[in-house]
Ligand binder design. Structure first.
Ligand code: NAP
Length: 491
């Protein structure tokens, strides 16, 4: 469907190709409402309607994203997307995650701004900030293993490149929007290497943006401050899981899921969507709030430099300024709510030409996608290895046996930890133990670098005592330990 071109004083002449995925549940109704408003505001979009989600899964597409949809996105580089259901059960993959990964949309951008007249405990506080969440790394890479019948592991992979580019994007966004501060929220006090990677990348990028105040904040404190003094934040940049939680909390501050829009941005593709899911309980009942989708559509139009975005936002604000226009989720007690379609009609009736502010359009979302230069390494030295084993033996027995085995090799058993706390040699306290042990072997000082054959020989000896399932080298990078110590472990 090509939207008709309208004579609008502030628009470009060319229609922009966009892939539209209506999605599941309330998706089609909110996306149609938003597109009606965009059309009335004079947006020039050439729409390719494509499928993904429940119908694709039902049609046998294992990823939930059919090939034609992928091809369309590769062509247009621009997506307006409704929510997609994730199949429940073992092995069911999220079509949303597939889309983010396929097109490396590494930045999830969620503006959090108060809208007029939306009731709530934070109304009137002037909340206006943006959460910039790293979108493709961290625990959400979904690399998980059952290491023993009782212990599951999820690998948290965080790269210097991934952190560098999201940190830079956050600063670029702050600069483009004239914001004065960027907070980086991490748990670097506990996860010094992974979350610490984000903190260090942030600090490395910050000097390129001297006019912007760069502040690191622990993510738990960030959550607290977001509730106590949310108006003090301008931009928050963070890792994937932190960002997932913080941005939903942020949405709750300004009126909830029905309102919050988001952008998933990469170097090749930008995808705009509401934060909410398919809300199957209200699908097809004309009860869904289209505001999140309207705001996501405005973000898309901003991205391609179409001034219709400003007109849509102004009309939305003017509509909400009249208390009678409230969908059920934001209606106050005793109020007769309006349906999704009637709300969209009201926004259309409030549309007025709005002069476009210089820099408000494409500049606001035009990013360099630059990251940090790769870390240069002069010397890499293997100082030992952690062997993860499953055993029902008590810690002291297991420790003595493994120490005896190691004594015949170039390694010594330094310690054993159970879920991160040293239990051999006994370091005090009485930590509970499960059947999963991390056994740390270090190189004797008198022997040189271990050859692989020596490593495998030790592992073979260990397997006569316990079942090993994971091996991790302890590597010094230019003399700095590339691992962290267990709780209670000596330096
Ligand atoms: P959800 O669809 O966001 O819905 C949770 C509840 O929030 C709804 O039951 C509804 O509450 C309310 N709600 C959400 N959007 C609303 C709107 N626009 N207007 C009014 N009320 C709205 O979350 P979920 O139930 O956890 O997830 C349902 C499905 O969506 C799952 O398959 C999930 O995987 C998927 N999902 C997709 C995305 C995405 O595509 N980006 C994001 C999240 C979830 P009431 O019960 O009060 O009406």
């Amino acid at each position: 469907m090509d939207l008709p071109l309208t004579d609008h004083p502030f628009l470009t002449d060319t229609a922009v190709p966009v892939t539209v995925i209506e999605g599941d549940g309330i998706g089609p109704e909110v996306i149609r409402a938003a597109l009606r408003i965009a059309e009335a505001a004079g947006a020039r979009l050439s729409i390719e309607t494509m499928q993904a989600g429940a119908r694709a899964f039902a049609g046998g597409v294992a990823s939930g994203v059919p090939r034609e949809t992928i091809d369309s996105i590769a062509r247009t580089g621009l997506v307006l997307k409704g929510p997609l259901e994730t199949p429940i059960g073992h092995g069911g993959k999220s079509a949303n995650v597939t889309l983010r990964k396929l097109f490396e949309t590494y930045a999830n951008i969620r503006p959090v701004a108060e809208l007029p007249g939306i009731a709530g405990p934070f109304a009137g506080r002037g909340i206006d900030f943006v959460v910039v969440r790293e979108n493709v790394e961290d625990l959400y890479a979904g690399i998980e293993h059952m290491q023993t019948p009782n212990v599951a592991q999820c690998l948290k992979l965080v790269s210097r490149q991934g952190c560098g580019r999201i940190a830079r994007l956050a600063f670029e966004l702050a600069r483009a929007q004239g914001r004065r501060s960027v907070h980086c929220a991490t748990k670097a006090n506990i996860m010094k290497l992974t979350e610490g990677m984000m903190q260090r990348a942030f600090q490395e990028v910050a000097p390129d943006f001297a006019e912007i105040r760069a502040e690191h904040i622990l993510v738990d404190n960030c959550a607290h401050r977001m509730v106590v003094s949310p108006e003090r934040f301008e931009v928050i940049v963070t890792t994937n899981m932190n960002g997932d939680i913080l941005s939903d909390l942020a949405a709750g501050l300004v009126g909830g899921l029905g309102i919050a829009p988001s952008a998933n941005v990469g170097a090749e593709v930008a995808m705009f969507e509401p934060v909410h899911g398919s809300a199957p309980d209200i699908a097809g009942q004309d009860r869904a709030n289209p505001i999140a989708m309207i705001q996501a559509t405005a973000m898309l139009l901003d991205h391609v430099g179409q001034g219709a975005a400003a007109a849509m936002r102004e009309a939305l604000r003017a509509t909400l300024a009249e208390a009678r226009w409230r969908t059920p989720d934001i209606a106050v007690a005793g109020q007769e709510p309006v349906g999704s379609a009637a709300f969209a009609d009201a926004v259309i009736a409030h549309l007025r030409p709005v002069p476009v502010r210089a820099g408000a359009g494409v500049a606001a979302l035009a990013f360099s996608h630059r990251t940090l230069p790769e870390a240069r390494l002069a010397v890499r030295h293997m100082a030992g290895m952690d062997v993860f084993v499953e055993s029902a033996l008590p810690a002291q027995v297991l420790g003595q046996r493994l120490a005896a085995v190691a004594a015949e090799t170039g390694f010594t058993l330094k310690m054993i930890s159970n879920r991160g706390t040293q239990v051999f040699p006994h370091a005090g306290g009485h930590p509970d133990c499960v059947d999963h042990w991390r056994c740390r072997f270090v190189r004797r000082e008198s022997v040189g670098e271990a050859a692989d054959a020596e490593v495998f020989a030790l592992v073979r000896r260990i397997s006569e005592i316990a079942r090993w399932m994971h091996l991790e080298k302890l590597t010094e990078l230019d003399g700095a330990a590339g691992w962290t110590r267990a709780q209670g472990e000596a330096a």
